[in-house]
Write a protein that binds this ligand. Structure first.
Ligand SMILES: *Cc1c(COP(=O)(O)O)cnc(C)c1O
Length: 223
């Protein structure tokens, strides 16, 4: 058994414990295994062990790996979790099932255009990224702009927005950021809440995460 497969089992156990500790139904939290920078050979055993949902940060990296992996595992679901440039919208629509980093009108417009051009062959789902810590270097809409942007994505751009995601500041306790994201999701009637990474996913589950994005705790250090 590869190290990644045994660590996957540990992460799934920890998710189950956190669900039960928060009195949430077993299986209510989905694991997004973040395979960014890892090669096909590292991802394949995790697919073979039954994991189906993966996260990637870079369009080129995903493009080099997933067409091949999808031939063997057609039911794999790949999330884009990294910053997305508008000029990569076409490739992103072709590659990803879920784009978690929708965060500005210019990107929403490009995605709408590319989905229309694909003529119904591609229908990615979207999460709006919220910059809960208002960090200048980080993507995401500001919390006070989230409601209006979510509404515009749905009504003006016709995008299938299912939820929200955040990456809390690295140097702050994450809990207040998780609480804020859950509040934004609930008041906008959104069911998907993507938050929590290797260092803090049990906290995120206690605070309402429906999806946790876990990389290094499964695949090891990215060096
Ligand atoms: C890399 C990354 C993760 C996974 O981080 P780990 O600490 O390795 O679990 C989750 N979310 C985003 C947006 C990332 O870029």
């Amino acid at each position: 058994m590869s190290d990644a497969v045994s660590r996957l089992a540990e992460v799934k156990d920890a998710i189950a414990k956190a669900e039960s500790g928060a009195k949430r139904p077993a299986g209510s939290v989905a694991l997004v295994a973040v395979s960014k920078t890892f090669p096909v050979e590292a991802i394949e055993p995790v697919l073979a062990a039954g994991q189906r949902v993966f996260g990637e940060n870079y369009v080129q990296d995903a493009k080099a790996k997933w067409p091949e992996l999808r031939q063997r595992y057609p039911d794999a679901v790949v999330h884009m979790i990294g910053p997305l440039q508008s000029n990569k919208a076409k490739e992103a629509v072709a590659l990803f099932d879920v784009i978690e980093t929708l965060d500005r009108p210019s990107l929403a417009r490009e995605l709408q255009k590319e989905i229309q051009k694909a003529g119904g062959t591609r229908a990615p789902r979207f999460l709006v990224q919220v910059n809960t810590g208002a960090e200048p270097q980080k993507g995401g809409v500001l919390p006070e702009e989230a409601d209006a942007f979510i509404k515009a994505c749905r009504e003006q751009y016709g995008l299938a927005v299912e939820g929200v995601m955040c990456i809390p500041p690295a140097d702050e306790p994450p809990a207040p950021h998780f609480a804020l994201l859950t509040t934004i999701a609930r008041r906008n009637g959104l069911k998907v809440i993507s938050m929590g990474m290797s260092a803090d996913y049990p906290v995120a589950i206690a605070m309402g995460a429906t999806h946790v994005r876990v990389g290094s705790a499964i695949f090891g250090s990215r060096g």
